[in-house]
Design a protein around this ligand. Structure first.
Ligand SMILES: C[S@@+](CC[C@H](N)C(=O)[O-])C[C@H]1O[C@@H](n2cnc3c(N)ncnc32)[C@H](O)[C@@H]1O
Length: 243
């Protein structure tokens, strides 16, 4: 596959084969969101205010999946440009199929850290909703985000506050292998970083960000759903805008 927004020399040892091929494949397609959610069940907690005013801003979603949220940010929050980055071929092509016509929304098929490294000082805001920051090493992705964000730029992300089994998060920066479905339908694993809040706070500081605020959203779970707590972080890229 080729065209704008496509890195054709993709070589993602950690993401290949595409572990996201089956994820959301049976969903109904485009979604008209009534607001932005950061929490696991997409139903409670803070919303778009965490991103600040987006008029005239360039925004990237890191691990945008099918781009439901990125389309909302572009269409309803009126960012000047939204770049929906995803390393999965399946997710990238789903996004384009659903939201290609949304003005100001661009789709990039790439590893988020690689794209960010290649685009220094190009972004005002970056965010991730259980996206690339959950599934790639934050010690690589956070410094890359610091490269791509302009000084004073905003990083917002939501991530699991504990494993979905209820097990506590890691007290140091290390991933766990979690179950997934491989493209041929067989069971497989992929890495997920489920880290305690203080670990995230230290990582942000170590990689050029000042924490603005953080929060935990506790959802007791809908009918039949397990309780899940979501950790939310908002941070500012250290440094000042050059005048
Ligand atoms: C659970 S989905 C979340 C998508 C979306 N934010 C949502 O809530 O529907 C995680 C997405 O992150 C993408 N992803 C994981 N690691 C990535 C990376 N290093 N670079 C870009 N995308 C990545 C996956 O391909 C997947 O589409």
């Amino acid at each position: 596959m080729g065209g704008p927004g496509c890195r054709c020399d993709l070589n993602f040892p950690d993401h290949w084969p595409d572990r996201w091929q089956h994820y959301g494949a049976s969903s109904r397609g485009r979604r008209s969101l009534s607001r932005l959610h950061w929490d696991w069940y997409q139903r409670i907690g803070p919303g778009a205010e965490l991103l600040g005013g987006l008029a005239g801003r360039t925004v990237a979603e890191l691990g945008a999946g099918a781009s439901h949220q990125a389309a909302y940010v572009a269409a309803e929050l009126k960012a000047a440009r939204v770049i929906a980055i995803d390393s999965s071929v399946a997710q990238h092509s789903r996004s384009r199929g659903f939201y290609e016509a949304v003005p100001g929304l661009d789709f990039v098929h790439d590893d988020a850290a690689m794209y960010l490294q290649d685009h220094p000082s190009s972004l005002d805001v970056a965010y991730s909703i259980f996206g690339a920051l959950d599934f790639s090493d934050p010690q690589t992705l956070l410094p890359a985000a610091a490269v791509a964000l302009r000084p004073g730029g905003t990083l917002v992300f939501s991530t699991l506050a504990h494993y979905r089994t209820g097990a506590p998060p890691e007290m140091e920066c290390r991933p766990a292998d979690i179950p997934t479905r491989m493209p041929d339908g067989s069971p497989g694993t992929m890495q997920r970083w489920v880290l305690e809040s203080t670990v995230w706070t230290k990582l942000l500081d170590a990689h050029g960000f000042d924490l603005v605020d953080s929060d935990t959203v506790h959802d007791p779970g809908p009918d039949g759903g397990a309780p899940v707590a979501t950790s939310l972080f908002r941070a500012r890229r250290r440094g000042r805008y050059a005048l």
